[in-house]
Design a protein around this ligand. Structure first.
Ligand SMILES: Nc1ncnc2c1ncn2[C@@H]1O[C@H](COP(=O)(O)OP(=O)(O)O)[C@@H](O)[C@H]1O
Ligand SMILES: [Mg+2]
Length: 257
């Protein structure tokens, strides 16, 4: 779908997600504790905080993968408690994970086509040979966006870690999601490759005008590639600031004491 179509215009006006007073428990423990967070339709938000702070749980709650015990989750204009809302929201959300989970023995192009798998008739995406021409064209466009069009026919296991993660980004973007969720997308890469991937990712998301909510352990990445930084600790938000307004040492302080 082209960016100038009505849906994209409507998305500008609405928030990508709005969490109101959400609480979430895991194994009898309170993991998120009365948390409020709104992410704008074209905003890039970095979520930081120590291990166990609840970052992954928060990402899961946004798309209804983790059941909340209190509060309200709205994503892409839908209340997630409404019938059918979760499937609709997941269909318009792209995901990038720490482990890129490409199918190693498939081509790069096939792996990007797997991004279409949720659609009706999606079994066609399993094989690049069977995929409709329109999907192939979209997948090639997404590969070009991450600078890997020339690797389309290569097997995925021929790629470096950074290249593989760029393919995972193309796979997440091929359906033209309005919201992209990335859980530690660079944690398995060395710092230089991680910065390169995150820089590209952040630029593509900005260019497409969609929302990005990502977690990272790298404070420099949080400041460089997000518009806003949100720090979680013990299931609560302890800092929420425009990246440009974060003071030196402020983020590191979240991890101390
Ligand atoms: N499936 C689960 N069962 C039990 N406890 C869990 C589960 N998933 C997460 N937790 C606990 O919830 C807390 C928050 O976890 P998580 O959201 O993964 O934090 P983070 O991503 O910030 O490291 C941790 O204490 C973790 O041990
Ligand atoms: Mg996590």
């Amino acid at each position: 779908m082209a960016l100038d179509e009505p849906r994209a215009v409507a998305a500008e006006a609405a928030a990508a997600c709005r969490l109101t007073g959400i609480a979430l428990s895991r194994g009898g423990r309170r993991v998120l504790d009365g948390l409020d967070l709104t992410v704008g339709a074209a905003e890039r938000v970095a979520l930081i905080g120590p291990n166990g702070a609840g970052k992954t749980s928060l990402l899961n709650a946004v798309v209804g993968l983790a059941p909340i015990t209190a509060g309200r989750v709205e994503a892409l204009g839908r209340d997630l408690s409404a019938a059918g809302a979760r499937a609709a929201v997941r269909g318009e959300t792209g995901y990038v994970f720490q482990r890129h989970a490409l199918v190693k023995r498939r081509t790069v192009l096939s792996n990007v086509l797997h991004g279409f798998l949720h659609r009706p008739g999606a079994w066609r995406a399993w094989s690049a040979m069977l995929a409709p021409e329109a999907w192939r064209a979209e997948a090639m466009e997404a590969l070009a966006e991450v600078g890997l069009a020339d690797r389309a026919a290569d097997r995925a296991d021929r790629l470096s870690g950074g290249q593989a993660q760029r393919v995972a980004i193309a796979r997440a973007l091929v359906r033209r999601p309005r919201l992209v969720i990335a859980d530690e997308p660079t944690a398995s890469l060395d710092p230089a490759a991680g910065r390169e991937v995150m820089s590209l990712f952040s630029r593509i998301v900005a260019k497409r005008g969609v929302a990005l909510l990502f977690t990272t352990h790298d404070m420099a990445d949080a400041l460089a590639y997000a518009d806003r930084v949100v720090a979680l600790k013990g299931g609560r938000i302890v800092l929420d600031r425009r990246a440009a307004e974060v003071m030196p040492g402020e983020l590191e302080a979240v991890f101390d004491g």
